[in-house]
Design a protein around this ligand. Structure first.
Ligand code: FES
Length: 235
């Protein structure tokens, strides 16, 4: 494995360091990194937690592509070397660890909760949904915030102010929920939000959970265009 090593403030630039790792048939890339950390070089820094494709913390660039390292087998790359770098588009804190503050701020900016207006129903009231109403937003609720879609997005890499795929898909997760009464027009109908997307579609291709942010964005463009001629139109 070739692993990017970098300590901002101490190193001029990242360097690739090579490690010999056993090629075990059931080892994910993350297992290879853990082998390096445990057996060869305890100073290597990277994030992971669940090891089962749920927490979203182990995203890195594997041979040039954004991947979940716990869900990517070393054997996909033959005898190697397998090159591991931090996710592109994010400032590096150390080695393979990137700064996620901007990403989290973008998620928060879309009001990721059910917005109810002018209601005086008791807190115990149920908001039942049909299976069809659930299906309308279900795929967007599968996002694990792994940031692979941002790293794959050519717009975000060039324009860091772009709201980005996961945040827009998250907004649609609530916009399309029958219990929600917002449409998040003020944060989505912007040059740096849905209108900044050039519909390359790499976000959808990169998503390990089969969420389709590209579709979410194009769909909201239609919503926003309709709203400009029919102001009462919200979905
Ligand atoms: Fe949790 Fe990979 S370690 S998604």
């Amino acid at each position: 494995m070739e692993v990017s090593r970098y300590r901002p403030g101490e190193d001029d630039e990242p360097v690739l360091q090579g490690y010999d790792v056993p090629l075990m048939p059931d080892w994910a890339v993350l297992d290879g990194l853990n082998y390096i950390k445990d057996q060869l070089d305890g100073s290597l820094s990277y994030r992971w937690s669940c090891r089962m494709g749920v927490c979203g913390s182990c995203g890195m660039t594997v041979n040039g592509e954004p991947r979940l390292t716990c869900g990517t087998f070393l054997t996909e790359y033959g005898d190697g070397p397998v090159r591991i770098e931090p996710l592109k588009g994010f400032p590096v804190i150390r080695d393979l660890v990137v700064d996620i503050d901007d990403f989290l701020a973008k998620l928060s900016s879309v009001r990721p909760w059910l917005v109810r207006e002018g209601e005086d129903l008791p807190l115990t009231t149920e908001y039942a949904q049909t299976p069809e109403q659930l299906e309308a937003y279900r795929q967007y609720s599968m996002c694990i915030n792994c940031m692979l879609c941002y790293s794959a997005c050519p717009v975000y890499v060039l324009e860091p102010d772009f709201l980005g795929p996961a945040a827009i898909a998250l907004a649609q997760r609530y916009n399309l929920d029958s219990r929600d009464m917002d449409d998040r027009f003020d944060v989505l109908n912007l040059e740096d939000a849905v209108w900044g997307c050039t519909f390359v579609g790499e976000c959808t291709r990169a998503c390990p959970k089969h969420v389709d942010p590209a579709e979410a964005i194009q769909r909201y463009k239609l919503t926003a265009a309709l709203r400009s001629v029919l102001p009462w139109s919200r979905r």
